[in-house]
Design a protein. Structure first.
Length: 341
């Protein structure tokens, strides 16, 4: 069990746990140009959107009215994400109560119970604003959550803002871009992340993991960061180049990602033939890697800050909390790139 105060505002989450099947209803006509298309289905009573790349035999399924999460990603008929057995477990995800005490803009203090992993996750208030498929744009869907319109959400995070999230399947990559706009009158802290779960082929002990980051964040017993860091290589020797997972338990945060010529960070895992790489835009300079021993999975998480960032900032242990001025917009992207499927 992960017991960590990761205080995030999650506009949506790629959250998957176990293999399984769905009750599928009538399929709607596709919006298609060339290889790329978007179709709609009814799955377990929910309208789902399916981004398709017929040339590469890739498909991504999303359910906007349950946290707008991507519940499947297939390449050549094989699962890239771990597909959930059903939607039922995600319909009512409890959210952690986050209480803010303003101490002078733009700083704030936060407290919450230690159990919730995330701040606000599942919501049924997401509206699809556009979707389509073309050779230039790929297959895409854009959804919007007008957070400020809902008193129960504002009670958890009292800053008026709007999320706009675009999933795009193009050139063999699944891109997720999150745009946050501050529509309120005060400076707003920004801190969010995603949790994509993977299970490459072959035995867990034989998986390779590579974490291209300079720093590993030290934690207390409950896996809450202390604010101190050490070199990533000291945490797990060889991991910045790629090392076998073996029987290592990993639930750790990292930062200061190594960047390629395009400014992208790289964290990946590989089984016998299947490799899954997560690419991080410069706005995501933090990551959590989770590989438990009691479940055969690995999670490579893009983050805009370390776990428990609000409290760490308030305690003077972290100076990099992102803030957004009124009327301004923040945007961050990451990509999931499967090969060998």
């Amino acid at each position: 069990m992960r017991d960590r105060r990761i205080l995030l505002i999650l506009p949506l989450a790629i959250l998957t746990l176990a293999q399984g099947g769905f009750a599928v209803g009538q399929q709607a006509a596709a919006k298609k140009t060339g290889n790329y298309s978007v179709t709609k289905k009814t799955v377990e009573g929910h309208v789902t959107y399916h981004l398709r790349d017929s040339a590469r035999k890739m498909e991504v399924g999303l359910v906007p009215d349950i946290g707008n999460f991507a519940y499947e990603f297939k390449a050549n008929g094989k699962d890239v994400l771990i597909a959930p057995e059903s939607f039922q477990g995600w319909v009512f995800i409890p959210t952690g109560r986050v209480t803010f005490s303003i101490t002078g803009a733009p700083r704030c203090a936060v407290s919450c119970s230690p159990a919730p992993f995330s701040g606000s996750t599942a919501t049924t208030r997401t509206e699809v604003v556009k979707s389509g498929g073309s050779e230039a744009a790929g297959a895409f869907i854009t959804s919007r959550l007008e957070f400020y319109k809902y008193p129960d959400l504002m009670a958890n995070f009292p800053f008026a803002h709007v999320y706009e999230i675009t999933y795009r399947l193009k050139d063999g990559k699944l891109e997720c871009t999150t745009q946050v706009t501050n529509v309120g009158n005060s400076v707003m802290p920004v801190h969010f992340g995603y949790h994509p779960y993977f299970r490459p082929d072959g035995p867990r002990a034989g998986w390779t993991v590579s974490i291209g980051a300079k720093k590993h964040w030290l934690t207390e017993r409950e896996l809450i960061p202390t604010g101190e860091t050490e070199p990533t290589e000291r945490f797990l020797p060889g991991v910045t180049r790629g090392v076998k997972l073996g029987d290592a338990f990993v639930d750790a945060g990292f930062s200061d990602l190594d960047r390629d010529a395009k400014g992208l960070g790289h964290i990946w895992t590989k089984g016998q033939t299947e490799k899954i790489e997560v690419l991080y835009s410069k706005e995501y300079d933090y990551a959590v890697v989770y590989a438990p021993l009691d479940n055969t999975l690995i999670c490579l998480e893009p983050m805009t800050g370390p776990a428990n960032a609000f409290n760490l900032e308030h305690e003077g242990k972290f100076q990099g909390l992102l803030t957004l001025e009124p009327g301004k917009t923040f945007k961050a992207s990451y990509w999931i790139v499967p090969t060998g499927f």
